[in-house]
Design a protein around this ligand. Sequence first.
Ligand SMILES: [Zn+2]
Length: 288
Amino acid sequence: MFLFAPKNRRIFHAIALACICVSTVFIACPGHADQPTISNPAETRNGSGKENQKVAIVIDDFGNNMDGTTEMLNLPIPLTVAVMPFLPSTKKDATLAHQKNHQVFVHLPMEPVRGKKSWLGPGAITTDLSNEEIRRRVHAAINDVPYAIGVNNHMGSKATADERVMRVVLEVCREHGLAFLDSRTTTKSVIAKLAKEMGVPYMENRLFLDDVYSTRHITRQMERLCKSLDSNNGNYIAIGHVGPPGKKTAEVLRQYIPRLKQTAEMVYASQLKRAYSENEEKTPSSSE
Ligand SMILES: [Zn+2]
């Protein structure tokens, strides 16, 4: 229940962001950009037409009155809002997101390779649980977040690599008719393989926007996103956060709205499930 204690919130964020920081090494584009600038959209278009490109922005970690919640929800673009279950503002944030025409996902806390299980908060999915208990917890989490049409993992570098655990999680998603977005906090994730086998709608994160809390880094990640879209490199899902980087991420997103809209059609994460499976089949697997 540490999430209710303000003095411990810093620990939660440190662990969560440390987790996504590791994952960015393989999700983000390789190489290092110079100090990025927001360039003129007209100069960056390649003439291919934005109807071929789609981008979904997912914002994680709602549900605990996190910094940047209001700024994010007020952005005039379609967001996919991932809300953690069983927390003080879970229902308020999910309801507000729905009212503002954002899409709601359950942000399911799942066990990481490093860190204490207790840092995950209530209802977490850990690899020491029985199938029955995992099933009970996923049902409860889905039922606790109103308007949810999908699930994605909070942390989870250990649990999403565990085939037994993920099979149960995806079974429950299928029973509820929910899609699963793999946040990709580990290269060892078994979600893609299982989702395809089980017929569960599936999407995959490609880029963390704010794994470092500086405006400079978030801007650099937005540049990477726009350049990937410009080069016809497929549809994209990118994940940002409320919490420590929330206000900065919301401000950078606001500045980039014209560029994003010029570059691609902005959609909800669930709208990319079909496009993603097509792309996955065309793209050679990584070196893992
Ligand atoms: Zn998270």
